[in-house]
Design a protein around this ligand. Sequence first.
Ligand SMILES: Cc1cc2nc3c(=O)[nH]c(=O)nc-3n(C[C@H](O)[C@H](O)[C@H](O)COP(=O)(O)OP(=O)(O)OC[C@H]3O[C@@H](n4cnc5c(N)ncnc54)[C@H](O)[C@@H]3O)c2cc1C
Length: 320
Amino acid sequence: MAEVLVYVDHVDGAVRKPTLELLTLARRIGEPVAVALGSGAENTAAALAEHGAVKVLTHDAAEYADYLVVPKVDALQAAYEAVSPAAVLVPSSAEGKEIAARLAVRIGSGIITDAVDLEAGDEGPVATQSAFAASFTTKSRVAKGTPVITVKPNSAPVEAAPAAGAVEALAVSFSEKATGTKVTARTPRESTGRPELTEAAIVVSGGRGVNGAENFSIIEALADSLGAAVGASRAAVDAGWYPHSNQVGQTGKSVSPQLYIASGISGAIQHRAGMQTSKTIVAINKDAEAPIFDLVDYGVVGDLFEVVPQLTEEIKSRKG
Ligand SMILES: Cc1cc2nc3c(=O)[nH]c(=O)nc-3n(C[C@H](O)[C@H](O)[C@H](O)COP(=O)(O)OP(=O)(O)OC[C@H]3O[C@@H](n4cnc5c(N)ncnc54)[C@H](O)[C@@H]3O)c2cc1C
């Protein structure tokens, strides 16, 4: 069976969920071979094996932390040359997309970014994408070279599928370009204790209707009752009520959770562009004509200051 390279996103050996989702998709088209780089790379093996990796190629070097993406591209290319895979799958983070794009250029292959599904096809893997703010769903396949495909978080379930996960050291020699852009400082983001916005299974977002930074505590309380991440519309971010890192939309982050709850958000096209592929969409808005209601699965016409706290209490009592 053909091998499929899966680029591993991990933090000191802790594999992030989107990579486990990639393994589910990789198993549809071949045998997953994982590529884990940097500090703690070898510690990823158990989780990757549990989810279907037949092999885990690892390499650690100071360059991965000290320079931007090129050392990782060099290593992924080395893995590509060692394995001759049927496809290369990379998580659709900003970094993942840059790594994938650079690899595709180097190996002369076509690339598909932000896939939301992947299936085997007679002429190679077929990727589903959601285009023009999810007005269209497209299916495409790479027509040249080895498909390089980046996949959005929450596009597939995480499934246990135990495999050998044999760890092998990857031989990497860095190119001259590897050290072109040095990391000069790092400031860890303060942890909110909530899941990462782009990876969360549930996102609760607030917009201009929240009417003030202090009122975002209502949105946060609902999010916490569900173990969700908090998002915000650009109007709320521009007003300084919530950090830009939480903005959902065309000029913010793109999310695709199982459940998206929009409160006090009108549903402008630029907001929809970042959340329209969510599996189930719920909106709370006091204006029954708000465009957000055109795309929801469930809508509540009402004042968020009444509806959201009631919803939070109800969820808490049912969990109770
Ligand atoms: C180039 C460009 C890029 C953009 N990028 C983004 C982006 O990435 N993300 C983004 O979100 N926007 C983006 N925008 C802005 C976008 O066009 C909208 O202006 C923005 O999304 C509106 O935010 P909103 O829905 O919170 O506010 P509004 O459109 O003002 O809607 C507020 C909603 O809250 C409702 N409401 C008010 N009070 C209550 C209440 N008490 N209870 C319930 N409902 C209430 C109102 O009925 C209304 O529907 C972009 C715009 C441009 C031009």
